[in-house]
Design a protein around this ligand. Structure first.
Ligand code: ADP
Ligand code: ZN
Ligand code: ZN
Length: 715
């Protein structure tokens, strides 16, 4: 007699389908958890992951209603328990369906391949590569100490030789240019050479911004050993990388946040470079933090975890406080910049220009201009940062007060002079600049404020007389999201900076990150003050990290680092943030910032989640959130088992989001806050069920969607 097997399978289900989100199927053949299968779903055939195998038919449905598994993807080893646990945890913690998280963690092309196509791909695979690394640098004393500590806590199992990573997670706090990358590369090398199967995951914020790192890793380990994983790859490339990692053939995966879900059965080391970078937080679907998942995954797979930054997130900094104060991460330090020779290896001098002492409306102060001129005449490069692209953030009519408001968003449209358009940076609405004020006909409408495009133009005028050492005029270039829209544009623009064609580079924070510009000796933040008084409590942390990182761009070439400078134009030169910056003193900044967070009960002292609703009207969006809150409070307090949660978790009334309207959708949010992560998670679980109920009530028909953001990065 033919036996049936009852299988729970994860398939791509809609965002908020009930928790768990597994579907029951019947299979005429035996299946194992982690196998990939094709199953019918509605009228379609979809990819699924076998999650568990049941003893008997599911009790709550007629066996006849259960459909059959159609086939198995042959030749693929099942996804291992650790991978499944990672996915399951992520779905639970970030409040999404298991199927959604599982399927979006797989390369999209797996869904479309037939068994024959897959078999062909698999045949192309080569054997696991032996790691033969090109020689690295002779380590500095600080680098050696860090590696020794990690090594000490790594043990080889006597019989199998497999390495068990213990200790950590580590937070490597090292100045820019202290040689952190060299530490990762050598840690990877040691791990892979100690254990012939071991795999390492190297995560970076954005690969496109740091093509040099990719090249450096490949140069060190060989192209067969390393695969990349990021969203800029074609589906075919992504599948190829994924298969290589899954089979254990790729020993190193270099990727962005998505790589945290790579199937790596022999994962032994995870490095998170620039761990403070906000781009580790996914901003749609399951809003996971790849950095936080790295720590979780390390525990699951017994892999060492190394988080690294010159300006760690306050979360990681706080977690790496001394163990006697409750810290759980091991803090490793590399305070010195690598360098050799006279005056080398020094961090740039920070100079603050008090803009209140400059003539009104000054954009570039006289001392900064003079410094730029001097550098250009010496043949050195400079970099100017302004966190606003376009020509001007708003156009304005002085007669009637008209402003270039976007009609779909609560934002102004930005004036782009290059093609004379007004563009909304939120919904994309683009129109030609009107010849006259649309309201009163006044022909004299003027830009207010400035963006990178205007800064570039302005600088060109102010420095028109300046000559390079060879007598040719100064060359200014701009890099921002506008200049790099075309494929390959960023690469060629970066190349022109590296080759020395450009004297002054103007740009947004895009240029502050990671690039190893050897000849830049002066970096200036033109107008960083707005972040000091932002409503987002993380804005100062971001600004400090950005400025420290920007400062790290200056003087990377050891022979010039003695003269390198970081300039800040500010109306608040005595602000604690700039005082700490002047001393390159991240710990001082972190201490004062943490004191403020503690006083205000903000993360990392407390934990937060945001519930967001989108609707046609603000009232409808808020009504859903407030109704959910009331229903939740009643439900929790009526059960003695949950009554305490009401005390432990603060639920705030719904408010409009700071960007209240985008593309004609009104957005509202409700904040949940708790000193206990666990209590917050429990409340979110109850909230999830409540929301399904409330949402189905007729008075909330107008709501378009709701979503939960756990550990949100901006409020
Ligand atoms: P970080 O990642 O901390 O900013 P890097 O690892 O990029 O620093 O190192 C900065 C520079 O110093 C790089 O050019 C690197 O090649 C060089 N470097 C790193 N370690 C050493 C070392 N031990 N000896 C000499 N040069 C080194
Ligand atoms: Zn007007
Ligand atoms: Zn808009």
């Amino acid at each position: 007699m033919k036996t049936n097997h009852w299988i729970d399978i994860a398939v791509q289900t809609p965002a908020h389908s009930p928790v768990g989100g597994l579907l029951s199927y019947r299979s005429p053949f035996e299946l194992q958890p982690g196998q990939l299968v094709r199953v019918p779903f509605g009228k379609r055939e979809v990819l699924g992951v076998v999650w568990s195998v049941q003893e008997a038919a599911p009790p709550d449905m007629a066996a006849s209603a259960v459909r059959d598994v159609l086939g198995v993807l042959e030749g693929l080893a099942p996804l291992d328990t650790a991978w499944r646990q990672l996915v399951q945890f992520s779905a639970q913690y970030y409040q999404r369906s298991l199927g959604e998280v599982a399927l979006s963690a797989l390369p999209p092309q797996l869904r479309d391949l037939s068994s024959e196509q897959l078999a062909r791909r698999l045949k192309k695979q080569t054997d696991r590569t032996l790691v033969q690394a090109a020689p690295g640098h002779a380590l500095s004393a600080e680098q050696s100490a860090v590696l020794a500590q990690m090594q000490m806590e790594m043990q080889a199992e006597p019989v199998s030789g497999a390495v068990t990573a213990t200790g950590g997670p580590y937070l490597l706090f090292g100045s820019t240019g202290s040689g952190k990358t060299e530490v990762y590369l050598q840690a990877v090398q040691r791990m892979l050479q100690a254990d012939p199967q071991a795999q390492a995951l190297l995560m970076v914020p954005e690969i496109n911004l740091t093509p040099q790192l990719e090249a450096r890793v490949q140069a060190r380990f060989g192209t067969d050993t390393v695969v990349s994983m990021h969203s800029g790859m074609t589906p075919a490339q992504r599948l190829k990388s994924w298969l290589a990692a899954h089979a254990g053939q790729a020993r190193i995966v270099l990727g962005t946040r998505m790589a945290i879900f790579a199937s790596m059965p022999h994962l032994k080391l995870i490095v998170v470079d620039e761990e403070h970078d906000p781009s580790y937080k996914q901003q749609e679907g399951a809003r996971y933090s790849a950095r936080d998942l790295a720590v979780y995954r390390g525990r699951l797979q017994n892999a060492q975890v190394l988080l690294a930054s010159a300006t760690p997130s306050l979360e990681s900094w706080h977690l790496s406080r001394p163990p006697e104060e409750g810290g759980r991460y091991v803090r490793l330090q590399m305070p010195s910049r690598i360098g050799s020779g006279e005056g080398a290896g020094v961090l740039p001098k920070v100079r603050r220009v008090d803009m209140s002492k400059q003539p009104r409306r000054t954009v570039l102060s006289a001392p900064l201009l003079a410094a730029l001129q001097e550098r250009v005449e010496r043949g050195e490069q400079c970099m100017l940062l302004l966190n606003r692209r376009g020509y001007a953030p708003v156009l304005h009519c002085a007669d009637c007060g008209w402003k270039s408001q976007c009609k779909h968003c609560s934002a102004f449209r930005v004036f782009h002079k290059i093609d004379r358009t007004l563009r909304c940076h939120h919904c994309g609405l683009t129109e030609r600049v009107p010849r006259a004020c649309p309201d009163c006909g006044n022909a004299d409408i003027a830009p207010i404020g400035r963006g990178t495009e205007q800064l570039e133009e302005h600088l060109g005028e102010l420095l028109a007389h300046v000559r390079r050492p060879d007598g040719s005029p100064v060359r200014i270039a701009r890099i921002d999201a506008d200049t790099t829209r075309l494929k390959g544009a960023l690469e060629s623009q970066l190349a022109s900076v590296h080759s020395g064609e450009v004297d002054i580079l103007v740009g947004t924070q895009m240029i502050a990150k990671g690039h190893d510009f050897r000849r830049i000796t002066l970096v200036a933040a033109v107008n960083p003050d707005t972040a000091l008084f932002s409503s987002d409590f993380r804005a100062p942390e971001r600004l400090f990290a950005l400025l420290m990182q920007a400062a790290g761009r200056a003087g990377r070439d050891a022979s010039q680092s003695a003269q390198s400078e970081m300039w800040v134009q500010t109306f608040h030169p005595k602000h604690a943030l700039f005082e700490a910056l002047k001393k390159h003193d991240y710990p001082a900044f972190a201490t004062s910032e943490l004191a403020e967070r503690t006083a205000a009960d903000l993360p990392p002292i407390s934990h937060q989640a945001l519930l967001r609703a989108d609707a046609r009207t603000q009232e409808a969006a808020q009504a859903l959130l407030n109704a959910a809150r009331e229903a939740l409070e009643i439900q929790l307090s009526s059960d003695p088992a949950t009554a305490a949660l009401v005390e432990q978790v603060g639920l705030y009334p719904a408010v409009p989001m700071s960007m209240q309207r985008v593309a004609d959708v009104e957005r509202a949010q409700m904040l949940l806050e708790s000193p206990s992560r666990m209590a917050l998670q429990k409340v979110l679980w109850h909230l999830h069920a409540v929301l399904h109920q409330v949402r189905s009530q007729p008075e909330h028909k107008g709501v378009i969607r709701w979503l939960v953001d756990v550990d949100p990065q901006s409020i």
